[in-house]
Design a protein. Structure first.
Length: 89
């Protein structure tokens, strides 16, 4: 999902007025790029599709049959599952 492009490290010795010995400081810079196709196909597209389907729940005839609440709960669980799977990878 991530690609390491460049790395750079810098070593410095900092001197403070309180202490005579130097304090070593290491600065590490990483340039990374995210694989946008993986992110889009694995996270953005499923959430958008499930959200669009959830709007069709409002077009169902009557909430008394139980189909509308059942579909709504199923869609919420689908969104939670997509988030869970995306966080694990």
């Amino acid at each position: 999902e991530w690609k390491l492009v460049t790395t750079r490290s810098i070593w410095k010795d900092l001197y403070y007025t309180c202490c005579p010995e130097p304090f070593p400081v290491i600065i590490v810079e990483l340039e990374i790029h995210r694989a946008t196709r993986t992110y889009f196909s694995g996270m953005i597209a499923p959430i958008v599709l499930v959200t669009l389907v959830s709007f069709f729940v409002l077009l169902m005839p009557s909430p008394t049959s139980g189909a509308r609440p059942a579909l709504s709960v199923t869609l919420m669980l689908t969104i939670a599952t997509v988030y869970f799977v995306a966080s694990q990878s």
